[in-house]
Write a protein that binds this ligand. Structure first.
Ligand SMILES: [Zn+2]
Length: 322
């Protein structure tokens, strides 16, 4: 009896010492987790539910990419926003549930641009949806970060969806003749567009539109050509509330709100792209409607106000739907 009592006492001391060791371990710090929260954000717009979906981020050397400015001016503008090049740039898509239709605007990069992007489908699932539920996909333009997510190898990621984009972008980016004529460093853009869209065309699931077009009730396309030949924005309206999904009407918030005339090397027609950007900023500031853009810092939703002769972005106030 006394043996076992001694044993218990000893065990107790050992256990207490163990707890002390655990506490000492806690003092040394918990391991870092280093992962992000799921990338979705919900906005209720009238009767519609809009979900911003993160595709991830990509490092953009914006000091080298922006045109109609100088690297020194870009660096100065970035510094005012506590940034420097290369800027970690969001890639966003937007899911609109109208109640009758589930519409995805832009599909992310899929596997076309490396491992830091291509997460849109994971985030769509985290947001409570499945890719099979998507009825319609509207593509602002056929650059890889907006279309790569349509395919996973040879599998349609959205098997029940119809894909829609302006026919000018389809005619340009899906043309083998244009690819042959393009400089070597542009050919991958054509290949990416063809690999992403051609399987939907073959399955009879691609329906191009021609400029301003009503798509499903509450969602329409509006031509905003310049960044590409068929670049479109999508207007979402419900119960008097309005959101305009800008696609790549702009790329660098820290620079282009203050100076909308600054363009980017990716623009097919930089002059036209700048005109469209100025018009969109002016409309949004005057009308006070919601805006979202593919490369605004996630979730990329907010409003625009004038700021002297320029503009400023007012990010959405964090809101929990209920
Ligand atoms: Zn883009």
């Amino acid at each position: 009896m006394s043996m076992s009592l001694t044993h218990w006492v000893r065990s107790g001391i050992a256990a207490a010492a163990g707890s002390l060791l655990l506490i000492a371990g806690a003092d040394a710090g918990a391991p870092m987790v280093k992962s992000a929260a799921p990338g979705f954000y919900r906005l209720l717009l009238g009767d519609f539910e809009v979900t911003a979906l993160s595709d991830g981020t990509i490092e953009l050397p914006v000091d080298k990419l922006l045109t109609h400015t100088t690297p020194a001016k870009v660096d100065k503008a970035l510094a005012r926003s506590y940034l420097k090049g290369p800027v970690e740039t969001s890639v966003n898509g937007y899911l609109v549930n109208t109640g009758a239709k589930l519409v995805l605007v832009d599909a992310g990069a899929g596997k076309l641009l490396g491992p830091t992007v291509g997460k849109l489908v994971d985030n769509l699932k985290a947001a409570g949806y499945q890719p099979e539920q998507v009825d319609e996909i509207y593509i602002t333009h056929m650059h890889p970060d907006h279309i790569g997510g349509l395919m996973d190898g040879d599998k349609l990621v959205f098997p029940n969806a119809v894909v829609r984009a302006d026919r000018r972008d389809a005619d340009y980016w899906l043309s083998p003749a244009n690819m042959d004529k393009a400089p070597a460093d542009m050919k991958d853009l054509f290949k990416g567009a063809m690999a992403s869209l051609n399987p939907y065309i073959a399955a009879g699931k691609f329906k191009p539109f021609d400029g301003d077009t009503a798509l499903v009730p509450g969602v329409s396309a509006k031509a905003a050509r310049g960044h590409t030949a068929g670049h479109s924005v999508f207007v979402v309206e419900s119960k008097g509330q309005k959101l305009v999904l800008w696609g790549d009407l702009m790329h660098v918030a820290a620079v282009q709100f203050a100076e909308p005339s600054v363009t980017i090397q990716f623009d097919t027609d930089p002059k036209a792209a700048a005109v469209q950007r100025k018009k969109a900023f002016a409309d949004a500031a005057r009308q006070g409607h919601w805006v979202a853009a593919a490369h605004l810092s996630f979730p990329g939703l907010g409003h625009i106000r004038t700021d002297g002769k320029a503009y400023a972005f007012v990010p959405a106030n964090y809101s929990v739907p209920h």
